[in-house]
Design a protein around this ligand. Structure first.
Ligand code: ADP
Length: 257
């Protein structure tokens, strides 16, 4: 079978070793995260990771419905990853694709070890991830934002999960591939990481790498996950400090009234 990636070779590194978007090989795309962006969900978060724009919303823990899905010893965690029809260059079919089903499953599995679901038997925790704009690495940005939305919903977590891919372009290991690098590059390695327990909760690979390249890519993505983790904590601090200050102001206003 013809390998599409090799069909048309595109130069992904220039003479200075810089990438199509001007980044160095070990450079992360700009990442911005915000917590508590939706009113109706129990918890929510928004992420811009490069040109990816993703919303995550969490409901729960709430009573399991239908009842037969309930588990006696823990909450059932469900996850739906969905790409909006306007999120890609070519209109994506709104019907759930096999890829979206697979991503829903791997994202759920990468978050589950962090959730203290044993505190909520017979209930469900629902995670919704809506990709508004996609530019490769959406499963990772989905994990990063969904972990924040879980925290924002007040669900007890062992720790936050941060995610970032590394890969290989023009024979060189590179961090955080963009869409063209993902499509025309040699390999992509999405990683989700729990920084406190030093555990990897998602590791997939598309393409081929040597063992040394794999180790280098894994190190690179784990380092990036630590950087993203700092941004996650900052986003939580920003929201909850602001809320505390607002509450204090209200208390002062009440006392003065
Ligand atoms: P990830 O987004 O986690 O890297 P993939 O490697 O499957 O997942 O996809 C890489 C990128 O390819 C996506 O982020 C998106 O930009 C693009 N893409 C994926 N599915 C589609 C689709 N159905 N139509 C157009 N572009 C797509």
């Amino acid at each position: 079978m013809l390998d599409n990636k090799k069909e048309e070779k595109v130069r992904l590194l220039d003479d200075n070793g810089l990438r199509v978007d001007g980044r160095r090989l070990d450079e992360l795309r700009p990442v911005k995260v915000e917590v508590g962006v939706l009113e109706k969900a129990d918890g929510s978060a928004y992420i811009e990771h490069g040109r990816n724009k993703i919303l995550a919303a969490v409901f729960g823990p709430r009573e399991a419905h239908p009842k037969h899905i309930a588990l006696a010893d823990r909450a059932v965690v469900r996850c739906r990853y969905h790409m909006a029809p306007f999120s890609t260059d070519e209109r994506k079919s709104p019907a759930p694709s096999r890829r979206e089903l697979e991503l829903s499953k791997v994202i759920r599995e990468s978050l589950e070890p962090s959730i203290m679901s044993e505190y909520f038997p017979r209930s469900t925790i629902d995670i919704f991830i809506e990709v508004l704009q996609a530019d490769a690495g959406t499963r990772c940005a989905g994990v990063t934002s969904a972990s924040l939305a879980l925290a924002d919903a007040g669900i007890p977590l062992r720790e936050l999960v941060a995610a970032c891919a590394a890969g290989k372009v023009d024979g060189k290991v590179a961090l955080d591939l963009s869409d063209i690098e993902d499509k025309k590059g040699d390999a992509d390695l999405p990683v989700a990481f729990m920084p406190k327990s030093n555990a990897v909760s998602l590791l997939q690979m598309d393409g081929s790498m040597t063992e040394d390249e794999l180790k280098q890519a894994l190190d690179m993505s784990i380092n990036a996950c630590r950087t993203i983790y700092e941004k996650q904590k900052e986003a939580l601090r920003t929201k909850y400090h602001v809320e505390r200050e607002e509450a204090e102001e209200e208390e002062v206003a009440e006392v003065n009234a």
